[in-house]
Ligand binder design. Sequence first.
Ligand SMILES: [Zn+2]
Length: 321
Amino acid sequence: MTLHEFSGHRKQTRMYVFYSFLFLASLSRIAARAEWCYQSQVTCEHKCEGPSEWPKIASACGGNKQSPINIVTKKVKMEGSLPAFKFQGYKETFHSFITNNGHTVKVNLSGAAQINGGSLGSTYKAMEIHFHWGKNGEHGSEHTIDGEQYPMEMHLVHIKSTYSSVEEAVKDPSGVAVFGFLYEEAESSNQKYDPIINALVNIPFPDNRTSLQSLSLDSLIPDQTMLSSYFRYEGSLTTPDCAESVIWTVFEQTIPLSRNQLSTFSTLQFDNETAMVGTFRPVQPLNSREVFYSGCTVVSVNAVLVVGTIFTTIFTLNTIK
Ligand SMILES: [Zn+2]
């Protein structure tokens, strides 16, 4: 081998190493991006990483402050210092898009609507809405209360107002504040949800996107006077990378939707052309965390029942005499 040949050979080897590296890098990127899925998608034909495998994709998913959780009301800590939230811009109407991203449907928000109060310690801005649901209106929420899974759950994702994206905010242990709203099946349809429900038929497949009729955040959530009762705990995002940087607020007041409205979400499709159903992560261990409870609605209802029972007993005893 001449000196010239040797140098050419070295160049070729370097090129080979470089292209191999590019190839491997692109492979690992594809694997990291495309492979997580919900349990409902795991079949013999369709191999993907279901929730129990997520820690392999993102180590944080195996952490000890993960979400969602089952909230055991008997064990929550009453916290009188959890005040109501202050909502700004929630009544303003906005125009946006709704997207089927292959895992859920999401609505991007501008950050114009903001929250503070609620013991959050900072102002947070609303960046995104997305949903988790079951099959045809059956069990599909992520958080459960005393083991009960609701048909659907909405996540209203806020980030500290000083950040510009969720990706940036997750680096801060309290960078993200998510509001979780649970749904309950109702006899009649909830017309406030027409803009969302009507848009779903236009986005059946992943990467489909359509514009939404104008709506306000206020129209999608219970009346603000009903939002002083909530559960609070420290947790994570519920999809990979499962970053443990979320202050969770799960409201006690549910949102009513008819069975038909709930079922419309099941007409959407995942990547592998199967029905997009069961889009929830199973509940995670609480570990050493505490769940706080702001209000006393449940207790006062019980108290009314107890007082009522005492009165009835006294009355009955007096009548017997
Ligand atoms: Zn979510």
